[in-house]
Design a protein. Structure first.
Length: 273
């Protein structure tokens, strides 16, 4: 066990982040929770193995919403191991009807209410509503022995609720989906561009960066940019935009703060919270 794991028993790991699939691990190094299963069950198993984990180490699955890039492998995974699935009732209804998820055993479903904390594996979990066009779309705030993390992805607008939960966390995973110019000049149909940039779509680099710069404080340990578009963004664009906002707000990022984009198809490795 290294120094960082001694300092923080709470870890985060991204298995995939982007429009082609999303899956995160939150918990301890020996057992934890998955947030979304938007990649294949085979890929999840591979990612777990890379981190010396097995499916039996997963004690629950939290779903943000029912879009396929967040639930693709959920049915196959839970047939391999009957893990409870936690989501808003509207999202659970979407899973029950979805082409890729309608075969899930409904006895695994656990209906959770926004802003009503509950305990899962010793972790205090609190869901909160987000502006997105998926059914029952929510973000999640975690508190484990005073180590806090907020995951806020697939958001069309940073309303006061989302901002509050992000400000409560020492580590944040926040969407930085698209570069505005790349989206405008890109090949997507106009109606899809409107949907992405609309109030129930996704956050742009600029929207995300402005908020992060406004709320930055020296106690923030990790700022992780998630769900970057493959066609309308690059990690370089997202990071450049964020640091431009830091400069405009005269923010000096402290050495104890890590700032980085989450990879699309690769495991991030454990991030100590």
């Amino acid at each position: 066990m290294d120094l960082f794991s001694c300092l923080s028993p709470f870890v985060f790991c991204s298995f995939a982040s982007g429009s082609s699939g999303n899956c995160y691990y939150v918990g301890r190094q020996d057992e934890g929770i998955l947030v979304d299963v938007g990649i294949s069950a085979k890929q999840v198993m591979m990612m777990l193995k890379q981190n010396d984990l097995r499916l039996e180490n997963i004690k629950g699955i939290l779903i943000t919403h029912d879009h396929i890039d967040h639930v693709l492998g959920l049915e196959t995974l839970t047939k391999s191991c009957p893990i409870p699935i936690y989501a808003h009732s509207d999202c659970l209804g979407g899973l029950a009807e979805g082409k890729a998820t309608k075969g899930i055993d409904h006895s695994l479903f656990r209906d959770i209410e926004p802003m009503q904390p509950f305990q899962l594996m010793g972790i205090k979990v609190e869901a909160f509503p987000v502006m997105h066009d998926g059914r029952g779309a929510m973000g999640y705030h975690f508190d484990y022995e005073g180590h806090t993390l907020t995951i806020a992805t697939d958001i069309g607008m940073l309303d006061n609720v989302v901002k509050t939960y992000l400000r409560r966390a020492d580590s944040i995973v926040i969407e930085s989906n698209y570069d505005t110019e790349m989206l405008e000049k890109g090949p997507y149909p106009f109606i899809l561009k409107q949907r992405i940039a609309g109030p129930f779509g996704h956050l742009s680099n600029l929207e995300s960066a402005r908020f992060v710069a406004e709320c930055y404080h020296p106690r923030i340990k990790n700022i992780m940019l998630c769900h970057l578009s493959e066609n309308n963004n690059t990690p370089e664009h997202a990071m450049q935009c964020l640091y431009e906002q830091f400069r405009k707000k005269q923010v000096i990022v402290q050495p104890n703060t890590s700032v980085f984009p989450l990879p699309r198809h690769k495991c991030s490795g454990f991030v100590y919270l």
